[in-house]
Design a protein around this ligand. Sequence first.
Ligand SMILES: [Zn+2]
Length: 456
Amino acid sequence: MSASVFASLVALGLLAGITAPAALAADCPGHPDAIGTSRTLVVDPREHRLVGTMQYRETLPLADHEVVLTFDDGPLPHNSNQILEILASQCVKATFFTIGRMAQSFPEGVRKLRDAGHTIGTHTQNHPLNMNRMPIERAQKEIDDGIASVKAALGDDAALAPFVRIPGLMRADAVEDYAGSQGLQLWSADFPADDWRHISSSRVYDLAISRIEAKGKGILLLHDIQARTVAALPKILNELKARGYHIVHVVPASPDRPATPTEPQQWLLHPPSENVAISHWPKIPNFVFAGADMLPAPSLSDVDWLDGQPIAFAEPFDHARRLAHGIPLPRDAPWPRLTSLPLENAAITLPAPEQSLFEMPDGLRAALQSAAAASRRAEQAASNAQETRTKLVSADTGNSRRMNHVKPHARRGAGHDLGRDQRHGASRVAGRGTRTVAPGHHGPLKHLAQVKKRNV
Ligand SMILES: [Zn+2]
């Protein structure tokens, strides 16, 4: 095949499936019905820094009916392990965006991802949901610390991909610039399945399938810490196979693994037809948000249901934001944030639908609390040891009765307060929940005490 013919075929996307070595394809020993991994796509983060049409112009260069699976917020032993088992049984490789603090608490969970051959990216150190508003120095530290923590858990720099997803997709120009300067690729997504919300696993399945079908290909955003995702995943994979979809594994380019050759238009969700002159693309109107009636109604797949009423994505987070500050804020109009209409500057980034998309994942809150609890148990053990030594000393000085009376009581009191904070945390709305996990510079005990003070 001549070079020019090869280039033409690549341009037409005809070689999309064979330009990288296939991973496990249909060969999944013992699992003849597995969907498998159809191919490995090698990407160079320096060439395409921002991917995922939920926020960006470009997404991964997938062919029609190709899906990339991503899982955020882990590792959390129980649920993440089940996700790994499901993926293994289907011979599917995915990309995991791990949280630094979770990696610190459960380092073996990160190593399991590596040993299973999945791609590991990062998702900041503490999962703050205000990366779009925090000082850039803090945002940089969140990204850097997240990478350092996951690398430490892996004990192997090479096992970490330079892929980062911003918590809640709270993008900001400065954060994107920083990521680019560090050779990182920022991943948004092409469709979520709302698996961080209080919905059933069958609803997660429905949303995943309907949104994949609506776009035909792309990056699916899931959470490996969620039980409802564990429950929905087998059905999602089976249905994708039944509908003729293929799973693509994405890995970063390296000196001995060159990027899969692609043409620029392959990085667009819907490349222009070859019959349309390139100069006519993209045909972006100078759209002005003159009024809500100018906007199209959202599709049903963009709406969730609560008590039988359709609730826009915007609702939960806005609600949380109002409550988080203890004062009512003006309601945002629900529709404009979610529109996918191109703006005048769509070539750069789309507006910020992400601010209204995510609330603090319940599973994540529980997971971070569980990570904090693990640290707290360690501290408690240390403090018990210290106390035992204190008792021994006080017994020697004849004050053992008083010490035995006072100290356990004080300890019970502190434990009770912490427990109460955690229960408050479980029902706390997203904005507050964020605060409970954001600072990473204090020990869990001190931090929880600070949270309690604020609640008062
Ligand atoms: Zn997340």
